[in-house]
Design a protein. Sequence first.
Length: 188
Amino acid sequence: MLTKIDSISELKNPKFIKPILLNYTLGGKKKIWETVIAHDSVAILLWHEEKRSFILVKQFRAPVLNANKRDGMMYELCAGLVDKEASNIQIAKEEVLEECGYDIPLENLKKISTHYTSVGISGTQQTFYYAICNESMKVNDGGGLIEEDIEVIYIHIDDARKFMFDESFQKTPGMLMAFYWFFDNIKV
């Protein structure tokens, strides 16, 4: 897919972030830092037991297009913002259905850990979950919301380690961390 940046302009009324300037004192010295207030998020490592594969999303990310002049497509865990009144685990369940098409029972979602992300710009937290799924849980093709460009991707266990370090696939560090967690904790 050929994508190009048509223009860049200052964000006047942001919907998901709030740019701010922090004035603070550290070790007796006055300092400033440009940052954004942003939503926390959830991410889900999905293991398809019948396909012996991880389920990922391939999603267009405009900031990556801007940053590295590539196509902007990222390989990621299924994920979403914590931007409504619902528990993190409920949001994780909804994101799996919306992005990947699987209706995972809440009790199948197991928390891995919560980590800080984007610490140089926002310091939000992302809570990671793990879930096993199979074809009986598939209710649609996924794909996300209309404004998203999401493709569901299956990475077979035999290809996963090579995929992790193949730089031709643009990936997030959270996905790599989740794969490492899986290899250290799950026996398949």
